[in-house]
Design a binder for this molecule. Structure first.
Ligand code: PLP
Length: 366
């Protein structure tokens, strides 16, 4: 089965990890600092603060902005649950709005959702495609809202040649399946020096100097082992994203004929294809049949995500979730399929996937 994601550790990276092991200094130290400095460039920001995961990056960003009880944060209905959980974790209210045809938050729905209690918007650059940051930034400025970007899937993506993670406070994940991975890990990026300092305090029990607590913090630290894994991937990020785009272009070419909808890339935005996600017709039956068909051909295909983010019993009637109608998110949850598009695919793998979806696109499923 051609996997949807794959972790490959090169010899240099292995040696760097071994050097950390042999040094005996495993906790946050020089490697983390080096990784932060390198990653700040990926996000086009002055500051990058490494943390333990993408989820803690989102939580720390909200805490650094002093978002809490009584505050509303607008999020898209079609995303990984961490986006929602981060808002709930800081005690704020999540206002869930619909997405557009490109899978990112609908800027008009986001603007409509703003109330006197809204303090932040949290666009998600889903599958590696930046949200419509021009429109979102205009709304945020008009109402004085903070932007917290969930860039967990979008390392190196751009809008009008500006890197994601630099439009507001950027939150990245290095979970094993992400484009850049350290097993577990995350990063918060910002140009604001005061905010960066607050993030560093929050990460380390509220202290810069030992036992001199300045605020109430937590432990969000990354280890030097994780940073050692990440450093080696920074130099190759552009080539990796280029390779993902080339694989995506091959699939989109095949899908120009037939009845499966390929992902679209709006003018001015660069997609880094964390996932290459296609849509079948209405109703879940066609999608489920396609997943089965792809699996039978040895093509790993997966569904991200099978429901709108808040369509679970545990969130039903939740006092801190406000959600209106989200028909697009609910429709996509029944129709999306993600294909292997990563940089470790060989040419023959890409062709196998292309042939499989080309055949599937021509099947009349009505
Ligand atoms: C992976 C992911 C996260 C959370 O990252 P972790 O490192 O797994 O905590 C948040 N948001 C989105 C959109 C993600 O894909």
């Amino acid at each position: 089965m051609i996997p949807v994601s794959q972790v490959v550790v090169d010899a240099d990276t292995e040696a760097r990890v071994v050097s950390v092991l042999r040094s005996g200094a495993l906790v946050q130290g020089a490697m983390v600092e080096e990784f932060e400095a390198g990653f700040a460039k990926v996000a086009g920001c002055r500051h990058a603060v490494a943390v333990s995961s993408g989820t803690t990056a989102l939580v720390a960003a909200l805490q650094a902005l002093k978002v809490g009880a009584g505050d509303e944060v607008v999020i898209p209905a079609f995303t990984f649950v961490a986006t929602l959980n981060a808002v709930l974790a800081v005690g704020a209210t999540a206002v869930v709005v619909d997405v557009t045809l490109d899978y990112t938050v609908d800027p008009a729905a986001l603007a409509d959702a703003v109330t006197g209690r809204t303090v932040a918007v949290m666009p998600v650059h889903l599958y590696g495609l930046p949200a419509d940051m021009g429109a979102i930034d205009a709304t945020a400025r008009r109402h004085g809202l903070a932007i917290v970007e969930d860039a967990a899937q979008a390392h190196g993506a751009e809008v009008a040649e500006q890197r994601v993670g630099s439009f507001g406070v950027g939150c990245f994940s290095f979970y094993a399946t992400k484009n850049l991975s350290t097993g577990e890990g995350g990063m918060v990026t910002t140009d604001d020096g005061d905010l960066a300092r607050r993030l560093r305090l929050l990460r380390n029990q509220g202290m810069e100097r030992r036992y001199e607590y300045e605020i109430s913090g937590f432990n969000y630290r990354m280890t030097d082992l994780q940073a050692a894994l990440g450093i080696g991937q920074l130099a190759g990020l552009k080539a990796m994203n280029d390779r993902r785009r080339a694989n995506a272009a091959r699939y989109t070419d095949v899908l120009s004929r037939g009845r499966l909808e390929p992902p679209t890339v709006p003018e001015g935005r660069t997609h880094v294809f964390h996932q290459y996600t296609i849509r079948t017709g209405e109703g879940p039956e066609q999608r489920d049949a396609l997943v089965d068909d792809l699996h039978s051909r040895g093509v790993g295909a997966a569904v991200y995500y099978p429901r709108a983010v808040h369509d679970y019993e545990c969130f039903e009637g939740h006092p801190a979730i406000v959600a209106g109608d989200v028909p697009t998110a609910r429709s996509f949850a029944e129709r999306v399929v993600s294909l292997p598009v990563h940089q470790h695919l060989g040419d023959s793998d890409v062709e196998r996937v292309a042939v499989a979806i080309g055949d599937a696109a021509l099947v009349d499923r009505d």
